[in-house]
Write a protein that binds this ligand. Structure first.
Ligand SMILES: *[C@@H]1O[C@H](CO)[C@@H](O)[C@H](O)[C@H]1NC(C)=O
Ligand SMILES: *[C@@H]1O[C@H](CO)[C@@H](O)[C@H](O)[C@H]1NC(C)=O
Ligand SMILES: *[C@@H]1O[C@H](CO)[C@@H](O)[C@H](O)[C@H]1NC(C)=O
Ligand SMILES: *[C@@H]1O[C@H](CO)[C@@H](O)[C@H](O)[C@H]1NC(C)=O
Length: 424
């Protein structure tokens, strides 16, 4: 049974791939391929032999129009400290070179050392720090020649572009980074750059571009002319708008700062007589807050203006410092009272002794006077017990006042941030 099926399958395979017809087809294909290769080689040799790569197409005549379009493969590494970003793209330029017209029906896709043999626009990226051209596994470029003289040149490059960031609204900022495409030697009289499919459609991007800290909101493109003393130059520009994700700041900085501030409030519940415990707690929170602020500052460039994050961190620092100051006030108050109390007690004892002496002598007037003084002193001392309650009242008020005002100022700051950052 199994053997029969096997032979049947074998027969079917032989019928489908008849070696005789297969070979014939192969032979025909081979001939055609050889002829086409020979024709293309001939054409390229003919084109390149007479080609002067030093001179632009239509030399001395109309300017050559370079049509540009690009595909963004990836955007990443937006660095706040270096104020730059990195982008990898397929950069495509199309232009017409009448010298490269040939007789034929289809385009020629060429590779190899052609880059050095034909005229190619000297395009460069203004506002770029460094760029590199990829050469693995071969130089990543392609040149396509059409019979009507149209040349298509696509290249894969990575560009590190400068992005002048304004950080006043950090961490609720959005950044605009611009990349300009210009010709180095050709003014408008010689070369004009335009987007190949209009402003909107000339830029494509990979669907899965995602940045760790920012969202790519939009990419805008425009065409302008720059006027220099050497002439007018055609320029294409590309503007990326990035919006920072707030969540990172919230989880890494804001929540820890709030916890530290709340920690400093715990000291209001600790008895003011336990000075070492309260001082240790307050000073630890102040130091931690300073360390946290320094960590945030180090991750950002040094700028002279105040950022949103500075306001928040400054507020937290003021509050933890406030808790320390509150304790200092209580402690000072307390020691002052103790000293006064000691003084009164001493006086009381003196008066008491004096009264005892007077009682023995029987001086009626003086005894009465001392009696009065004694009772007024006793009253004063009793009122000191109430002073102690006063000191504790500062603590119990702070327990409500500190969190309440902190919450309110925070709320006000965030409302201001939201309104202010929505302005642009
Ligand atoms: C090759 O070129 C010749 C003449 O130049 C032409 O007749 C022929 O059709 C071409 N072959 C192919 C496959 O295009
Ligand atoms: C293309 O064909 C035309 C006419 O058939 C001929 O005059 C011309 O020399 C050819 N050009 C090339 C580059 O072969
Ligand atoms: C040349 O041919 C290509 C492909 O057929 C076409 O896309 C292009 O518009 C042509 N260019 C001109 C100037 O006719
Ligand atoms: C450059 O452009 C300005 C105005 O846009 C024009 O007045 C000037 O003549 C142009 N210069 C050249 C060299 O074309």
């Amino acid at each position: 049974m199994f053997g029969q099926i096997f032979w049947l399958e074998f027969l079917v395979i032989i019928l489908i791939f008849d070696p005789a017809t297969f070979a014939e087809q192969n032979h025909e294909d081979h001939d055609l391929e050889t002829e086409r290769t020979a024709n293309a080689t001939n054409t390229l040799n003919l084109l390149l032999n007479s080609h002067d790569k030093r001179l632009r197409p239509k030399f001395g005549g109309r300017p050559v129009t370079v049509y540009v379009d690009l595909y963004i493969v990836d955007i990443g590494d937006i660095s706040v400290t270096n104020m730059d970003y990195r982008m990898t793209m397929y950069f495509r330029q199309t232009w017409e070179d009448p010298r490269l017209r040939f007789n034929g029906t289809s385009q020629i896709v060429a590779q190899g050392d052609l880059l050095d043999k034909i005229w190619i626009p000297d395009t460069y990226f203004n506002s770029e720090k460094r760029s590199n051209f990829h050469e693995i596994t071969k130089k990543n470029y392609v040149l396509i020649f059409w019979p009507n003289g149209t040349v298509f040149f696509s290249i894969r490059i990575s560009v590190t572009g400068v992005c002048r960031m304004k950080l006043r609204k950090y961490p609720m900022d959005s950044q605009k980074c611009e990349l300009n495409i210009v010709s180095y030697s050709y003014s408008e009289a010689d070369a004009i750059y335009t987007w190949k499919r209009g402003h909107e459609h000339s830029i494509e991007q990979a669907p899965d571009i995602s940045l760790p800290q920012m969202d790519l909101v939009k990419i805008q493109s425009s065409e302008t002319t720059d006027v220099y003393s050497t002439g007018n130059y055609s320029r294409l520009s590309l503007t990326f708008t990035f919006k920072r994700r707030l969540s990172l700041f919230i989880t890494e900085t804001y929540i820890p700062s709030i916890i530290i501030v709340a920690l400093s409030w715990i000291s209001f519940w600790i008895n003011y007589k336990a000075a070492p415990a309260r001082v240790a707690l307050c000073i630890t929170t102040v130091l931690t807050m300073i360390t946290l602020t320094a960590a945030v500052q180090n991750s950002l460039p040094r700028v002279t203006y105040t950022k949103y994050s500075d306001w928040i961190l400054m507020l937290c620092l003021v509050y933890v410092f406030g808790a320390l100051v509150e304790f200092a006030i209580i402690n000072f108050h307390d020691s002052l009272e103790t000293r006064k109390k000691d003084k009164l007690n001493r006086k009381l004892r003196n008066v008491d002794v004096e009264k005892g002496v007077c009682d023995g002598e029987g001086g009626d007037l003086k005894t009465k006077y001392l009696q009065r003084q004694l009772s007024s002193l006793r009253e004063k001392i009793k009122s000191f017990g109430e002073q102690d309650i006063n000191v504790q009242r500062i603590d119990s008020r702070s327990r409500i006042l500190f969190p309440l005002t902190f919450l309110m100022i925070n709320l006000m700051l965030w409302i201001y941030f939201v309104i202010d950052s929505a302005e642009d």
